[in-house]
Design a binder for this molecule. Sequence first.
Ligand code: IPD
Length: 258
Amino acid sequence: MTDFDDRLRFAIDLATEAGVLARSMRQGLGAVETKSSIDFCTAADLAVEALVRRRLDEVFGDPVIGEEAGGVPAELVWVVDPIDGTTNYIHGMANWCISLALVHRGAVEIGVIYAPDLDQLFVARRGQGATLNGRPLRTSGLRHGGGAVVEVGWSARRPLALSLDLITQMIAGDIEFRRCGSGAMGLANVAAGISDGYVELHINAWDALAGLLLVREAGGWTNDFLAGDGLRLGNVIVACTAELTERLLALGPLRSVA
Ligand code: IPD
């Protein structure tokens, strides 16, 4: 039988250890590899992913799919982004994190997101809720009384015009948009009720899975990201406080998600 409780405790310690390593490597970062005009990889991304892989292998013998070194789907597999929000990390901005998700038989069982500069540790366990630094999380329910605020991610993996169209339609529909540079943190903020939604026309599984579990466990709505081979290929993502679902899915570029 798989021991998810042991793995959850281990993932929390591991994310914290990874965060310490990433912060220690920030000075004198050295070469930055450019994957695309907005996609970078630093020595810290590589070192953190290597650390995570080594620890999970030593203790559990578990396989990993990671942003930097890849991997293949398995019955039980960790899905890891060593640094999500690499551009923010490079620039000295605080919105970046380590994201660890455990997928077992097609379900995300564990999600841990650690943002070292913000001292924020988000934890979700399927069926048992989501927390931030130990406090239970709920999505906003639009109870703040202001207009809806939704973060929009984008990348060169989809035509820019489609993301611009999405933003235009959001503004026309009285939904404010933000772009903060880390998909995982964008999702964690939805779970925390700080923002009302996160959408992106394509995002990879390592950016998304831990955050998606957080949103669901905090009572929010998400699309079925793993459908259509989302684990290997990535997918469109819509995650929001449940009260906003209909309005988001009515927007042209998101209609296919409904
Ligand atoms: C990126 C960030 C960004 C999102 C992109 C991701 P990275 O990941 O999460 O916010 O819009 O889709 O690729 O490169 O910082 O790990």
